[in-house]
Design a protein around this ligand. Structure first.
Ligand code: MF3
Ligand code: CO
Ligand code: CO
Length: 247
């Protein structure tokens, strides 16, 4: 069942989204060659505490950390560790919080120092694919319109969309209905309505779309070892069109 949020709910989620995007900006500032992803997590923890918000991820299905850090060929759900990131890497930072009863979720893949033109194109296409999906978030459209817009843009640019992980409704829970695949057919699926809150999150591989899960049970990597990028926003559908809550 797709839950609709009230004006009041949206106010709280918008406030939370602003806090969350502010925290992501702070974490991004700390990204540089030599820092470990565990140190980035520590920074996030301090920022969560300062803002009086709770990590949405820690303990979620026993996830062991408070943020996800996904380096290079890691698609999503990378667990922060003691390995230093280095010049030329791309690092997906996915953060989510619970605040005043509501969840928000956002992610961005950032460049460490100088990255290759191919990696830069992957980041640009994935960021733009998210924007394409968000544009479709207007009442009266169908869920498949979002999926198709993302898939088309990515494949036109000769990259592939991950199949095993999807976007999702969000609000009272981190993951609510509906699931939002990053591939699909226009004009299909549930009708989009004012009051829906969605986390849209294209995961894009430079090579094939297939993935594997590492032995830790979480880390999703590209099967062919190619680079992968991930961008995510929590948005609200309103009569006036999409509102990005995590902007
Ligand atoms: N943030 C992820 C998503 O975008 C979910 C992370 S769940 C965790 O939906 F347990 F891995 F943290
Ligand atoms: Co996320
Ligand atoms: Co999400």
């Amino acid at each position: 069942m797709i839950l609709l949020k009230s004006e009041q709910d949206l106010k709280v989620m918008s406030e939370s989204g602003k806090i969350l995007s502010g925290i992501l900006q702070e974490i991004k500032k700390a990204v540089r060659s030599g820092i470990t992803t565990a140190e980035l997590e520590k920074i996030a923890d301090r920022l969560f505490e300062k803002a009086g918000v709770e990590s949405a991820f820690k303990g979620y299905h026993d996830y062991p950390a408070s943020i996800c850090t996904s380096v290079n060929s890691v698609i999503v759900h990378g667990i922060p560790d003691a390995i230093a990131i280095k010049d030329g890497d791309i690092v997906g930072i996915d953060i989510g919080i619970k605040n005043k009863g509501f969840f928000t979720d956002t992610a961005e893949t950032v460049a460490v120092g100088q990255i290759s033109p191919a990696a830069q194109k992957l980041l640009n296409v994935t960021r733009e694919a998210l924007a394409m999906g968000i544009k479709k978030c207007v009442p009266g459209n169908r869920l498949g319109d979002i999926s198709w817009a993302i898939q088309k843009y990515v494949e036109d640019n000769k990259f592939s969309v991950v199949r095993e992980f999807v976007g999702h409704g969000i609000g009272i829970s981190l993951h609510e209905d509906p699931e939002i695949p990053n591939f699909g057919k226009p004009g299909t699926g549930p009708e989009l309505k004012s009051g829906m809150c969605l986390a849209i999150e294209p995961m894009v591989n430079a090579g094939g779309w297939e993935s594997n899960i590492l032995g830790d049970g979480w880390t999703a990597v590209t099967k062919d070892g190619s680079l992968s990028a991930h961008f995510e926003h929590t948005i609200a559908i309103t009569e006036k069109g999409p509102v990005i809550l995590t902007d």
